[in-house]
Design a binder for this molecule. Structure first.
Ligand code: GLA
Length: 382
């Protein structure tokens, strides 16, 4: 892929590019908690986007999507959301730099990779983070990875219309080989936990469905959580997010809540505790307990947060039946995409065969599966 991208760059722009890469991510536990100032536990994985980039001494940016085999040119003086959806993730990053007075000059880009789109592995964050990382380097902006994560997140808010949290961008930029990242989304403090992969591995089961609800429901969930916080803030002036809330506080004021808002809030509060319990389990090398927390997380996402779907629930139920599976749950925004499964290495083939057969029989859609390895975050390639 890298050679092909380089060749295309040279063919189009007649010069040798710089090379960068930025990975997609998994999230072991802590779903929808990021925009509630809570905890998440993601990791960068070996599905990545590659970028061949070079300055072009003009006032335009020339973009080529290797995966779509499409080219588009934009004037730097008029960066705005475009009809070309793949270009928006890139334009969003350029716009963010410009808004903060970093002078983006003309550049050429060929990019492409193997992060499946719409599978909940954050292909969009990989694109945003990779370009932010590359432009920061070639134009010498001197920003650190925190600042780049925020640039990429705002690009998603403003050019993709999803008010996402910081998890995906953080994971793509801060990933570390063989480690998961426990991120406190309130303080942005983070720590790495070694994720033992000699006996177990991470298998992703891709439903291949993406229900159209995904982005509108995402923004609705955010709104519902804000409604819950506003209600509690009246009683507890120190509460400014669901991170500051306990189950007891919610129970005490249950009668005042819209029942749907109550369910959303209780899920978030419990999910934050689950991330902490899961991290303690990792410290004790207790992957069985870790897996139980994953199953509990799915229950909450299915019944209280209501962002799962029939296909995801089916896959988790099937996984639960399998003795080689330690834990499984839906992953990412929901309404489709992948489940994440921790599976004993010795039984991987058997697991994949059984899951594929059951899924195809039930939905008449082939199941795609990926074995995720945990890799380092965005980097420059020599
Ligand atoms: C999407 C968003 C993230 C996060 C997850 C749910 O991936 O981009 O910020 O909110 O959904 O955990």
């Amino acid at each position: 892929m890298r050679d092909a991208i380089r060749e295309r760059f040279i063919e189009l722009f007649s010069t040798e590019p710089y090379f960068f890469r930025s990975p997609g991510r998994v999230n072991l536990i802590g779903e929808h908690t990021d925009y509630n100032n809570g905890f998440v536990l993601p990791a960068a994985i070996n599905k990545e986007i590659l970028f061949a980039v070079g300055p072009n001494d003009t006032d335009t940016i020339r973009l080529f999507s290797y995966d779509m085999q499409e080219q588009a040119t934009f004037d730097l003086a008029r960066i705005a959301p475009s009809d070309i959806s793949w270009a928006n993730y890139l334009l969003g990053v350029v716009a963010q730099f410009q808004q903060s007075d970093y002078q983006v000059k003309g550049f050429d880009l060929v990019f492409g990779g193997n992060v499946p789109i719409g599978a909940g592995l954050s292909s969009s964050a990989a694109v945003e983070c990779g370009l932010a990382f590359a432009l920061n380097h070639i134009f010498g902006f001197g920003l650190d990875r925190f600042a780049l994560a925020k640039v990429a997140q705002k690009a998603e808010h403003e050019f993709a219309g999803v008010r996402c949290g910081i998890m995906d961008q953080f994971a793509s930029l801060f990933g570390k080989k063989e480690h998961v990242i426990k991120l406190d989304c309130r303080s942005l403090d983070y720590s790495y936990y070694h994720f033992e992969m000699s006996n177990n591995c991470i298998v992703l089961c891709d439903t291949q469905v993406k229900h159209s609800l995904a982005s509108s429901e995402y923004n609705t969930r955010r709104q519902e959580c804000e409604t819950g916080v506003a209600l509690l803030h009246k009683h507890y002036p120190d509460v400014s997010s669901l991170r500051d809330v306990t189950v007891d506080m919610l129970e005490k004021h249950r009668q005042e809540f819209d029942p749907v808002v109550f369910k959303r809030c209780i899920y978030i509060v419990q999910e934050n505790s689950r991330v902490e319990a899961a991290c303690r389990a990792l410290e004790q090398e207790d992957l069985v307990l870790f897996g139980e927390k994953m199953f509990e997380s799915h229950e909450g996402l299915q019944h209280n947060y209501e962002v799962s779907c029939t296909e995801l629930d089916f896959l988790v139920d099937q996984a639960k039946e399998h003795t080689a599976v330690l834990g499984a749950r839906m992953m990412g925004g929901g309404f489709g995409g992948c489940t994440i499964n921790i599976v004993r290495i010795a039984a991987i083939d058997e697991f994949i065969t059984a899951m594929s057969k059951a899924y195809e029989q039930q939905f008449k859609i082939p199941l795609k599966t990926y074995i995720a390895e945990i890799v380092d975050g965005s980097s420059m390639l020599s």
